[in-house]
Write a protein that binds this ligand. Structure first.
Ligand code: SF4
Length: 429
């Protein structure tokens, strides 16, 4: 491919230690505090034994009801607003297209991932159903009530997809199957296809087969870390957590075999200490397997073991977003791209005019995830403000407007002549 190679500038220095990217040495989780015995395994909630009474809105209430899957699930604030279960408005979007569900137990997730608001070490200070996850609260709702509401809307449902997020819990495999079956008994997969965000640690190949047989459409693995070292440091032995890189890849490969091309993928978080070259090599590996990557920008989740660390600098994030979009949807390969000595993208390996068109289309900067009903490269799962505040958007849950694109270009160091970004102008739009 002939290339006019635009030289990438590295415009801002907002990462740890004045760097414009989050370097490995700086992204070290803090150690968890010990949990008192009377707070372990949801003991407080079980001891109080308050019966649930329908919808539960998280408020850090020590009388959190005793709710468990499969009867109860939690759902994202965006999904709760869209379903009319919670009041509220979301900046720039009227609804979410993905009904994100999360299994729930008083004992919570038994893993301890350093970047996650649901991690086990939080037992001491926050009951499971009250914990923030990807920056928002997750109300708990009877599964039957959710199914009733979505079934009543029929073809008019706002949702393009439903996703069951497993957590690390001994009942999680069986309960995922129960929740999926309850859903598909009432709602046709063609009306609202289902994705599974899996927990490989407790799963076997036969679990993957069973979920596929029950009508799940896409299977994803939350790899989250881009390298084995970062995986171990943030969600393995480094934080007394049970996950292993090898087991995650085993289940990812099972998903490739069982769900097939375009029907499996992996979540990856950008900015936990990997280089841009590391993460884009992983993106390429997933595409070569026939799958996709779904990306999150690292954000220091309140209460997590990484809440003292800086969010991913926007220029690092934008470069990875563009490159990932090119690899996932435009057939560009990582080996066509050039990187500097710190592993940062120096050029994207396509002609400049093509690159400018991709940036102007804005799709590369939208939230990435399983597709909805509009187009393959547009995720149903828009996770509004799951990886940034609305004042400094990382993943756009709406089509970036001209002022947003000027900001994105500013972050990339690629402003157009005569179209400079004016600080804060996108907030006024
Ligand atoms: S397994 Fe998932 S839910 Fe549990 S702590 Fe890790 S990232 Fe959070």
């Amino acid at each position: 491919m002939s290339c006019l190679k635009p030289e990438i500038a590295f415009p801002s220095a907002t990462g740890a230690n004045g760097l414009d990217y989050n370097a490995s040495l700086d992204m070290v989780p803090r150690a968890p505090n010990p949990t008192p015995r009377d707070a372990k395994n949801g003991a407080r909630v079980k001891h109080a034994n308050v019966p649930p009474a329908g919808v539960y809105l998280p408020n850090n209430n020590r009388l959190t009801p005793h709710m468990r899957s499969p009867e109860y699930v939690q759902l994202s604030t965006a999904a709760a607003i869209t379903l009319g279960i919670m009041p509220g408005k979301m900046h720039g979007c009227s609804c979410t297209r993905c009904l994100n569900l999360l299994l729930t137990y008083p004992e919570g997730c038994r893993a301890n991932c350093a970047y996650c608001g649901l991690a086990r070490h939080r037992e001491a200070d926050r009951d499971y159903a009250d914990r923030n996850f990807i920056r928002v609260d997750w109300p708990a709702v009877p599964m039957a009530q959710i199914i009733e509401k979505v079934a009543a809307d029929g073809e008019n449902t706002p949702f393009h997809r439903m996703c069951i997020s497993m957590i690390t819990h001994p009942n999680s495999d069986a309960d995922t199957i129960t929740v999926l079956k309850a859903w598909t008994d009432r709602i046709a997969p063609a009306t609202v296809p289902v994705s599974i965000l899996s927990n490989p640690t407790t799963m076997s190949r036969s679990d993957v087969k069973q979920l596929h047989g029950l009508g799940a459409d896409i299977f994803t693995v939350a790899l989250d870390a881009a390298t084995p070292e970062i995986f171990d440091r943030t969600r393995g032995k480094g934080v007394q957590s049970p996950h292993s890189w090898a087991k995650y890849w085993e289940i990812l490969e099972d998903a490739r075999d069982i769900f097939g091309r375009e029907k499996f993928g992996a979540h990856i978080i950008v900015g936990m200490g990997e280089t841009e070259h590391d993460i884009l090599t992983l993106v390429q590996r997933l595409v070569d397997m026939g799958g996709h990557s779904h990306m999150f920008c690292f954000f220091p989740e309140k209460g997590s073991l990484m809440d003292h660390l800086p969010a991913t600098p926007r220029d690092q994030w934008r470069r990875v977003q563009v490159a990932r979009y090119l690899i996932d949807y435009r057939g560009v390969r990582v080996d066509q791209m050039r990187f500097d000595e710190a592993g940062r993208v120096k050029d994207f390996g396509i002609p400049n005019a093509e690159l400018q068109t991709i940036i102007d289309q804005g799709l590369a900067f939208r939230t990435s995830g399983c597709p909805g009903k509009f187009r393959e490269d547009l995720s149903a799962c828009d996770r509004p403000y799951g990886d940034s505040p609305p004042s400094n958007i990382a993943s756009y849950p709406f089509q970036p407007r001209p002022a947003d694109l000027r900001k994105i270009r500013h972050q990339l160091g690629m402003e157009k002549p005569g179209e400079a970004y004016v600080e804060g102008e996108e907030i006024e739009v």
